[in-house]
Design a protein around this ligand. Sequence first.
Ligand SMILES: Nc1ncnc2c1ncn2[C@@H]1O[C@H](COP(=O)(O)OP(=O)(O)OP(=O)(O)O)[C@@H](O)[C@H]1O
Ligand SMILES: [Mg+2]
Length: 362
Amino acid sequence: MIKMENIAKSYDGNTMVIRDIGLEIKKGEFFVLLGPSGCGKSTLLRMIAGLEEITAGDLWIDGRHANELLPKERNLSMVFQNYALFPHMTVRDNILFGLDARKVAKKEQDERLNKVAEIMGLAEYLKRKPAQLSGGQRQRVALARSICSQTPICLMDEPLSNLDAKLRGQMRGEIRRIQRMLGLTIVYVTHDQVEAMTMGDRIMVLNEGCVQQIGEPLTVYNDPENLQVATFIGMPQMNIFRARAEQEGLRLNGSLILRRCGGQPCPAPAEECIVGIRAEHFRRGNESTGYVLEAKAAMVEYTGDETQISFENGQGYSVVKWPGQIPAEAGEALTLGVDAEHLYFFDKDTGHRIRQDGGRSQ
Ligand SMILES: Nc1ncnc2c1ncn2[C@@H]1O[C@H](COP(=O)(O)OP(=O)(O)OP(=O)(O)O)[C@@H](O)[C@H]1O
Ligand SMILES: [Mg+2]
């Protein structure tokens, strides 16, 4: 449906902001572009939309070579990061914009409008002008327009960024539901990993214009290709340590020691590497089949449904996360177990994942 080959972009003919991107987005897929601010997400989306010239590489939309197609020839709709609404038009007219030109019957337009206004909570604002709306309401008008257009491809650039947490949660579900119902192909830009995880069929993680990994949400979470992906996805961030193989086990940050249970040798992939451990993978006590770490609690935080305990790691703090309200106090000794399968090893120079079976990714 959307295919890219060796796509690159430079605004000034000098620095590349998008480098050598190849991907295929399937019909009906919810595809998320995820990455930190400035990594090139909007640029990539705008190239698909035809609003930004493609410096190198090839773009196909529905089998047609699309590099030179005008935006209107691409049969797609776009929700911009800064929701471009027409200020002189009412909410209603903004939402229905473009449908007359596409010769959609008035009755059909009204049906679409009523349905989408209901879902988006905009029914009572249809007669207002954009200036009379809050930022979040404007954003929903922009989304409503895209959905009403029923073009087979919707490009969305951070469409929920101006909504409060509760509304965001609701809208995540609504967009996903509408997408399924209408069989839309959505390319969705966000820097919010929760949105990416909960909405996407697949996620592409971008950093500095380069693809880091493309995969289903849980694959990207469970099996990150490199340090950048591992630390970008997951809350709290994956704990990272510099590790050195020693007789007793792995020395972390020159300070803590991760001991192999049962006195077995420690199968570190290199004398020095980086080890990552997710907060939820630490177990209480030494009941693990792999490793054990002795540490001292520095701070205990309760969110109500879970407990987070941080401990000093020689270079800052690491954190463990457990469900429930675990009694603990700052200063007390912690014995933490980690199963061998929950240690992530990375090359200390490149950040590439080193697989424990000996294979090196990438
Ligand atoms: N019109 C432009 N001219 C020159 N450089 C640009 C232009 N637009 C974007 N850039 C640069 O290209 C890079 C990628 O920008 P882009 O807007 O695609 O990032 P983004 O991932 O969407 O970030 P954010 O999450 O902050 O929206 C940035 O370094 C940015 O400064
Ligand atoms: Mg952007």
